[in-house]
Every structure is written in C-alpha cells, then in structure tokens.
Ligand binder design. Structure first.
Ligand code: IMP
Length: 199
C-alpha cells in the first residue's frame, strides 16, 4: 500500500519510516503539498487536519502525527502548542525559554504525547496514541534528535533522548509507541478500520 507521510519535519519522517519495518508500505513524502495550519486545540484535531488534507489531495492513505511536551510544573503547557512555545522560532530558543520558565522549579516531571492518525481518501480515520514520562534537566545534553530531546530524560534512563540513537529513542518514545500500535493493527493484512466518519 502506498502511504503519504503528512509532515514537513524531517526528524519525524525518519522516525516514522524506521518505526514501521514490519509493514510493506511504500512511504511517500508530501511532494511539495502544503499542510493546513494547525488550528486544533487537541493532538487529535491537528493530526486529523494534516492526515485528511494529504489523503484527499493525493488520493492515497496518509499518516500524520501531532505531538507535544506536557510539563507538570506548567500545568501541562506547552502541550499542543509545543512547536510554537513562547513564540520562539527555533528548537534552541524554545529549549532556553523552557529552562527559563522552569528556573528554580523542584518538580521537573514532564511527558511527551504523540497521536498518530491514518486517514483514507474515503474519509475513514484510525487513531493511535503513545506517551513517555520523564524529567527535564537544568541544561541540554546530547546532539541527536530534535525539539526538546536534549532536556528530556525518560523514566528509568540516565541519558537524554538526544544522547540516544534513533533506535533507542524509538523503543521508548511516545511516537514509537503510537507507531508500534499502528503496525500491530496492520500486521496481518489489509488495513483494520475503525469506521469513524470525518466531520
Ligand atoms: P508538531 O507535532 O509538529 O505540532 O510539533 C510538536 C513539537 O513538540 C515539536 O516541534 C517539538 O518541539 C516537540 N516534540 C514532539 N515530539 C518530540 C520528540 O520526540 N522530541 C523532542 N521534541 C518533540
């Protein structure tokens, strides 16, 4: 089955492609197709916006992920707004802004959430969710990954996500878990569909 990966984030494309080894899907990029603005207030709404737009435009099933970091001491912020946290433009600036907001905070617990959606051109939609809990350091460590990876140490680990290989991160990560659930649902043949109509 040909499947469009509806993301402009190169880090995510790589993680998604490597997370689905059990499926003989032919993953395709967006091919210049613009994605709609992420105007939703939940991960599910934003993932559906992206997946449905790509599925309808390309006439193929399309996969999209929406994700974010929820920080306990900030009441769950930035959450669905993680990519725009503090209006900052780069990963580095957002990490510095997060450290500033957490300065002196004893509670450094946080969790990553990923919602992966597979939309079909006929309007059917499947949803998979994964989470990963951990703590935020007081300074960045590591060069790998993207986003908040250099600040986040998963529970049970001593390294940040940015100090892990892609495979190590995938085995633990919110997105890895959501994609594993998707792979399990599709392993035995044709797509399993939950028949949720698109509004
Ligand atoms: P979106 O899902 O493209 O809206 O963006 C989610 C944002 O959350 C990213 O831009 C990152 O800032 C952050 N994020 C989501 N997943 C990860 C991850 O695996 N590592 C680090 N940051 C992440």
């Amino acid at each position: 089955m040909r499947v469009v990966v509806a993301t402009g984030n190169a880090g995510k494309v790589r993680e998604i492609a490597e997370a689905l080894p059990g499926l003989s899907w032919q993953l395709e990029g967006l091919g210049g197709l613009p994605l709609p603005e992420e105007t939703g207030t939940t991960y599910e709404e934003n993932a559906a916006l992206k997946a449905c737009a790509a599925a309808m435009a390309r006439g193929l099933p399309a996969l999209a992920d929406d994700s974010g970091l929820e920080v306990a001491a900030l009441g769950g912020q930035p959450g669905v707004y993680s990519a725009r946290f503090g209006g900052r433009d780069s990963d580095l600036e957002r990490n510095l802004y997060l450290l500033e907001r957490l300065r002196g905070a004893a509670d450094r617990r946080a969790k990553f959430v990923s919602v992966v959606m597979l939309a079909y051109p006929d309007g059917h939609l499947e949803t998979y969710r994964g989470e990963m809990t951990g703590t935020l350091l007081e300074g960045p460590r590591g060069e790998n990954g993207f986003g908040y990876d250099p600040l986040f140490v998963p529970d049970g680990e001593t390294r940040t996500l940015a100090e892990m290989t892609v495979a190590e991160k995938r085995a633990l990560s919110h997105r890895g878990r959501a994609l594993t659930a998707l792979m399990e649902a599709h392993r035995d043949g044709p797509p399993a569909r939950d028949l949720t109509p698109v509004e």
